[in-house]
Design a protein. Structure first.
Length: 140
């Protein structure tokens, strides 16, 4: 059975194009990684669509699956435009970040609806990515 082999860099280009068409307002990072056991493509973005929305659009661009019960990587063919293909990258990894600004706005909106029940007793922002708030019930 013959199939067309598509290199990682070409798969990354197809992913970028699909994401640009599907989510034109969002900037995505699409990076290839080659290592001794295979290769993967990381897709990252901040805010915007959910992981599930992105995976629905580009989740089929992988050439292998992993069965953790057997510790076994299995390669498979895919179909692209009616043609059998083999994607060189084994896996796709998705990383959606939510900006501190969005987290803070969500917390403040949530807090307004619960302000009678809760009291803020601590909180901090570390760097650009981490945010925590400590609250306790006013009933105790």
């Amino acid at each position: 059975m013959t199939h067309t082999y598509i290199e990682e860099t070409e798969v990354a280009k197809m992913i970028r194009q699909t994401l640009k068409e599907s989510f034109p307002a969002v900037k995505f990072s699409v990076k290839t990684h080659k290592y001794s056991g295979g290769s993967s493509i990381d897709v990252g973005w901040t805010n915007g669509p959910t992981r599930e929305m992105v995976e629905t659009k580009v989740g089929h661009f992988h050439g292998a699956t992993f069965d953790g019960m057997q510790d076994l990587k299995e390669y498979h063919e895919s179909e692209l435009n009616g043609q059998k293909v083999r994607f060189a990258n084994d896996f796709l990894f998705f990383n959606r970040r939510v900006s501190d600004d969005i987290v803070m706005r969500a917390f403040l909106a949530w807090n307004e609806s619960h302000v009678e029940k809760l009291e803020m007793i601590g909180g901090a922002i570390y760097g650009d990515h981490n945010f925590w708030v400590e609250v306790r019930s006013k009933e105790y």
